[in-house]
Design a protein. Structure first.
Lengths: 685, 304
């Protein structure tokens, strides 16, 4: 039984880099261990703010010795050939043996490769891993430039346990030599210790107040936090991102509960939550009785002889001054709103740059107002009311509170709008026009919110597109993909009958509209495929139709799916294939544009032509009404005539003119079918 | 462990502590600066190969942070205690924790945390990696390993610790408002509070920075400082260039860079610099800082 442990002790690793570092160590170890012919039973990576490490359980060398036969010159070869072989392999004449093969007799040399000791291999593997490790940001320290690390690397513990025997695995990087000792919590148990086994290490490190696994620390925070909260009549507001960060700031998390002083609760709770979250990394607690935010959890990394009282009171003092600051900002904002109205802020937006080439936020608001006023009619909203609400949507950007907490944009606007006496729908729309923020976020539901949200996003998208900003690869610094997806979701999830092409025209002109349309189509395909629609069907339909079909695309795709698995669908596809086969095998005929007489045309020709004209007209009509379902049925009605035609006439007939005529029918048949959906795309694997 | 009982004792304790750790104890630089980092003992000395360790108090001016003395924790003029050690010693972090103990902050009772905060100074063209140091939730220091200054790699690396003295004092002396800090010992014959010394000045400077400063003249001063800096370093249109290769006047030039930086801050707090212009002005100061850094490196390499 061989076990190995590596611990890299450094100064504090940024919280947000820890999880990724742990995964990277795991992946690199797995790769190198395999490359070096080692096998193991268990692998346990771990990370805390000051240590990154990995345990390999029951590790061994797969093959201890390997034999390789190297063939030399033929028996009786000239002496200099034999000497050359000896020299090349650094061996003596006595090392050679003779061997008969089917190709004759040769000198051979049997090379035994003794695998290096496990400790040597591990030493090499982990030296390489440390050298190759890739931190998002790394640095030098002191005056040694042989290693970059995330923060100064202070010590390395690398120990191999081989059947009761303990061995230091020698690692040497920078000016650091690996050691067999380590230490637990740097304040509560700063003394160094050694250990007899992996189990012994785990026990001592736990007793020394270090919880190695991030998920264990998280569990402790949540469980103990909830227990504390419930005992005091609170419950925890979920905030996974903050929780992850706290996990990365503690080796031994100890949650403490505090109550927010009554006199500091006079501001909107979003401000309290943001202040506590962003400035102090406190988790917010709601009262179970009235649902209001009245308490907090602060997670410390220390147990003290005074039961953390000093720490809690210090944190309370900071909270006090932070919330007083916030109250001061909020009151300033309210005073301005009450005396001058939110419109006073709009003027200030003139000095808030949106983009170098697109002017200020004020200019942007003007554009949004224009678009939303036109959209108002579609939603049976009062034009003036929409314009007024649209005018105010960005006003809060220059408020004191939003300057301090940018994440509260919109939310503060809603509070201030209410304070100024605007109707609730207006306040709500100011808040909700940012929706949906992420792909899991809800879309706005109220018509006014919808109008403002769409106007905001279509202006954003088109104006930036116009000045040449594009997402490339995985780079999308202006989040254009998110904006496009938001518009698509608002339209589809609210089942709005809105023409995206019309929206674009409303917002901008004189720019590269086709590329924007293509971009939007890509986004539509992305969205619908994410919704589990079949990709080839989605692509076939989205590519084929203009953006004004967006609202009915999901229906169309559903209908096609139903159609192609129905009897009539199978028949239509079969005919399509039959027609396509003719066309693809005789492409030169299509190019010919010779005059032909209809006199030689048979009854069958006339019949199929008549049916074709009829179907063509019907399909065009249905598509114009966006009645996709009927269009599919109409295609079906053409199937019998086409089949009969193909059965009864010889397409490749002798008469040149007639042949051209018949091919032109086939071409038109395919075109008519492709008008509804490009069937060849559906057939792709 | 005896806790300090006033602002000035905290300074004295820090000076004594870092002096014993091998730092030369300097005095503040005699120009208006936005942070202790601007002191040539940090910016210029962090360049080049020479070893260097220094500690000093630096008064800092942040015109737009003025609150007429009304805010419990924001000031347009405050003090930083700055420590630089080059190359950064292995035990730098432990030394810092020890210095907190000297100030009465025991990390067995207080929760000291190192929270990622990478430092970047757009005006100095400088950056480093490090942390904010939190004590029971209060940010009391900034801890940085310099990586670049004026666009030059820092080799050796300078380790920098900046204590926010007022914040730290408010924490140690359990004071809710900066103005109530005891400046000297409350047990002395004539106890003096922070407000006795600074309240009036805060009011006056707030008014000056926000409403009064003659921006037309200050704009001109900015241009002048830029011009002088460039001339000293031989980049300007002055006929007889003062910079012969043997005598590069780095520090006089750097003074002008510091001045330009402060003048920009005043203009900014007067609200006369638009968002678009801001970047331009910051870029101009950075260009000066870069020139000075280049010249310093030149000068060091000429010395051999």
């Amino acid at each position: 039984m061989n076990d190995f442990i590596l611990e890299l002790i450094s100064e504090e690793i940024p919280a947000k880099m820890q999880a990724h570092a742990m995964r990277q160590l795991e992946v690199l170890t797995l790769k190198k261990v395999n490359e070096n012919g080692l096998i193991f039973v268990g692998m346990v990576p771990f990370v805390t703010p000051t240590r990154l490490g990995i345990i390999l359980e029951n590790i061994s060398i797969e093959v201890k010795e390997s034999i390789k036969e190297i063939r030399g010159p033929r028996l009786g070869a000239p002496a200099n050939a034999i000497n050359g072989f000896l020299k090349k392999n650094k061996i003596q004449r006595t090392d050679l043996q003779e061997k008969k093969t089917t190709k004759g007799s040769f000198y051979v040399y049997t090379l035994k490769i003794n695998t290096q000791p496990l400790s040597t291999i591990l030493s090499r593997i982990f030296t390489e891993i440390i050298q190759e490790f890739n931190w998002p940001k790394s640095m030098y320290w002191g005056d040694n430039y042989s290693l970059k690390w995330v923060r100064p690397l202070r010590s390395i513990t690398a120990v191999l346990f081989e059947n009761e025997k303990r061995e230091r695995v020698p690692l040497h990087v920078r000016d650091i030599e690996s050691d067999i000792v380590t230490r637990a919590h740097h304040v509560m148990h700063p003394e160094f210790f050694d250990f007899k086994s992996i189990n012994d290490y785990q026990e001592k490190i736990a007793n020394g107040k270090v919880i190695l696994q991030p998920q264990d620390r998280k569990k402790i925070i949540v469980q103990e936090g909830k227990k504390l909260a419930e005992a005091r009549g609170y419950y925890l507001i979920e905030d996974d991102k903050l929780l992850e960060e706290i996990v990365g700031l503690t080796e031994f998390p100890v949650p403490l509960l505090g109550k927010i002083p009554e006199e500091l609760l006079s501001i909107p709770e979003e401000v309290i939550i943001s202040s506590m979250r962003e400035h102090q990394k406190f988790l917010s607690l709601r009262s179970s009785t009235n649902g209001k935010v009245e308490g907090f959890l602060v997670v410390t990394d220390l147990k003290t002889h005074d039961q953390q009282k000093t720490i809690l009171s210090g944190n309370m003092r900071v909270l006090n001054s932070r919330l007083k600051d916030a109250i001061f900002f909020y009151q300033n904002d309210l005073d301005l709103v009450k005396h001058h109205g939110m419109m006073a802020w709009n003027d200030k937006l003139k000095s808030v740059k949106f983009h170098e080439k697109l002017g200020s936020q004020y200019n942007r608001v003007e554009r949004i107002v224009k678009i939303s006023a036109i959209l108002a009619g579609q939603f049976e909203l009062e034009r003036d009311e929409v314009s007024k609400a649209a005018t105010l949507i960005k006003a809060d950007l220059v408020s004191n509170v939003v300057a301090e907490f940018p994440s509260l944009q919109g939310i503060m606007g809603a509070h201030y709008a209410k304070a100024e006496g605007f109707k609730k729908v207006v306040a709500d729309a100011i808040r909700d026009h940012y929706l949906p923020v992420g792909s899991n976020d809800v879309v706005p539901k109220h018509p006014l919110s919808i109008v403002l949200s769409i106007s905001d996003k279509i202006d954003y998208l088109t104006s930036l597109w116009k000045i040449g900003i594009r997402p490339t690869g995985n780079k999308d610094p202006f989040a254009l993909r998110r904006a496009a997806l938001a518009i698509i979701r608002i339209i589809l999830e609210n089942k709005l009958d809105i023409d995206l092409d019309y929206l674009i025209d409303l917002a901008e002109d004189n720019f590269d509209k086709p590329s924007l349309q293509r971009f939007l189509k890509e986004r539509i395909v992305y969205y619908l495929t994410e919704k589990n629609y079949q990709k080839k069907v989605v692509q076939a339909v989205v590519e084929h139709y203009k953006l004004d079909f967006l609202p009915i695309l999901p229906d169309m795709i559903a209908q096609i799916n139903a159609f192609i698995s129905s009897n009539s669908g199978v028949r239509v596809l079969a005919v399509y294939k039959r027609v396509s086969n003719f066309l693809s095998s005789n492409q030169e005929v299509l190019g010919a544009e010779k005059e032909f007489s209809k006199e030689t045309a048979t009854e069958e020709d006339k019949l199929v032509q008549k049916q074709l004209m009829l179907t063509k007209e019907q399909v065009e009509g249905s598509l114009k009404r966006k009645d996709f379902k009927t269009a599919l049925i109409e295609l079906n009605s053409m199937v019998d005539s086409v089949n009969q035609f193909l059965d009864n006439v010889q397409i490749n007939c002798e008469d040149n003119a007639l042949r051209i005529l018949r091919y032109s029918f086939l071409n038109q048949i395919r075109e008519t079918m492709d008008r509804v959906v490009v069937f060849s795309e559906l057939d792709k694997k | 462990m005896q806790k300090p009982d006033c602002f000035q004792q905290i300074i004295l304790l820090l000076q004594k502590f870092w002096s014993e750790k091998g730092c030369v104890v300097l005095q503040p630089y005699d120009l208006e600066v936005g942070a202790g980092t601007f002191h040539p003992a940090t910016t210029l000395r962090s360049l080049g190969p020479d070893h260097w360790s220094a500690a000093y108090v630096q008064p800092c001016r942040r015109p737009s942070d003025g609150r007429y003395g009304d805010s419990p924790n924001r000031l347009q003029h405050y003090y930083q205690f700055q420590v630089v050690m080059k190359p950064s010693p292995i035990m730098f972090k432990e030394m810092y924790l020890e210095s907190l103990k000297v100030l009465g902050i025991d990390n067995k009772v207080h929760d000291i945390r190192f929270v990622e905060d990478d430092w970047e100074s757009p005006t100095l063209g400088a950056w480093g990696l490090g942390w904010e140091v939190w004590c029971d939730g209060m940010e009391i220091s900034q801890f940085t390993y310099f990586q670049q200054v004026g666009g030059h790699d820092c080799k050796p690396v300078t380790g920098e610790i900046t204590y926010g003295l007022e914040r730290l004092a408010m924490f140690i002396l359990e004071c809710e408002s900066v103005m109530n800090l005891p400046y000297n010992s409350p047990n002395s014959q004539r106890p003096i509070k922070y407000s006795d010394i600074f309240l009036k000045a805060e009011k006056q400077y707030s008014e000056w920075n926000f409403n009064v400063a003659n921006t037309e003249i200050i704009f001109r001063h900015f241009d002048d400082a830029e011009k002088i800096c460039q001339e000293i370093l031989g980049m300007g249109d002055l006929e007889e260039k003062s910079s012969s290769k043997k005598n590069i006047l780095v520090q006089p030039a750097y003074d002008q860079c510091i001045k330009a930086s402060h003048l920009f801050n005043v203009l900014d707090s007067r609200g006369v610099i638009s968002t678009a212009q801001r970047q331009v002005y910051i870029g101009r100061v950075r260009a000066l800082a870069k020139l000075c850094a280049d010249a310093y490196i030149d000068e060091v390499s000429l010395r051999v």
